[in-house]
Design a protein around this ligand. Structure first.
Ligand SMILES: Nc1ncnc2c1ncn2[C@@H]1O[C@H](COP(=O)(O)OP(=O)(O)OP(=O)(O)O)[C@@H](O)[C@H]1O
Ligand SMILES: [Mg+2]
Length: 205
């Protein structure tokens, strides 16, 4: 299963979610992280706490890298660059599922919708027969504020695929690359588990 994190909005939580999902899956599945962002944010991940191999793609053909990793790992999580590069689009084309993180702000929502448009084009572009990649917006860094609730409601009514699971604003997520997956039973661990399970359900549907 190949899952990409994508949005043209910088700082919406792509790398953080990529690390957290990979760390979660690595507890039970052979999992790899692919850093397809030239910023190479994932290089800060500490392998002694995370236990997920991080691959950088320096090739001209990210599709080949993804296919190689998918042959070797049960889960491949791809962190893409926060802007539309040919490489990001190629990574999306090779994904089974694309998560579009969206912070609870109108600016972020607007960018998330642009990402949805791109995914619609890719999924409808006929390159793949199985109408993949599937995709959905996921609310990240959510807080108990009126604007968080409003953005969630706007997403629900927008008609775009939208994950029920949401990710809160939590220090545990900031710490995951350096101290590892949040402790079992913590709210942060539960949020990632619910997101991963919903993603599986959507892929099976
Ligand atoms: N759920 C969260 N709760 C609290 N802080 C978060 C959360 N998710 C991300 N952050 C913090 O927000 C900042 C941006 O996150 P991140 O680097 O994951 O975004 P990004 O979309 O990958 O950014 P870029 O577009 O630059 O690659 C980081 O400082 C990160 O630690
Ligand atoms: Mg990033």
């Amino acid at each position: 299963m190949i899952v990409s994190l994508y949005s043209t909005k910088g700082g919406c939580g792509k790398s953080t979610l990529a690390v957290c999902l990979a760390a979660y899956w690595s507890q039970t599945k052979k999992t790899a992280l692919l850093d397809a962002d030239p910023q190479a944010s994932l290089s800060v991940c500490r392998p002694e706490v995370l236990h997920v191999p991080v691959f950088e793609d320096t090739s001209r053909d990210v599709g080949k890298t993804i296919a190689r990793l998918a042959g070797e790992y049960e889960r491949v999580v791809i962190d893409t660059a926060g802007y539309q590069r040919r490489k990001s689009i190629e990574a999306l084309e090779h994904s089974d599922f694309v998560l579009i993180p969206c912070k609870p702000s109108p600016f972020d929502l607007r960018e998330a919708m642009q990402a949805v448009e791109l995914l619609r084009e890719i999924a409808g572009g006929g390159k793949r027969k199985d109408s993949h990649p599937r995709y959905a917006v996921v609310l990240t860094m959510a807080q108990r504020t009126a604007v968080s609730a409003q953005i969630r409601e706007d997403l629900q009514h927008s008609g775009v695929p939208f994950m029920s699971a949401q990710i809160g604003q939590r220090v545990a997520f900031v710490e995951t690359p350096s101290i590892g997956f949040p402790p079992p039973g913590s709210v942060a661990a539960l949020e990632i588990e619910l997101l991963a399970k919903e993603l599986r359900r959507r892929l099976r549907a």
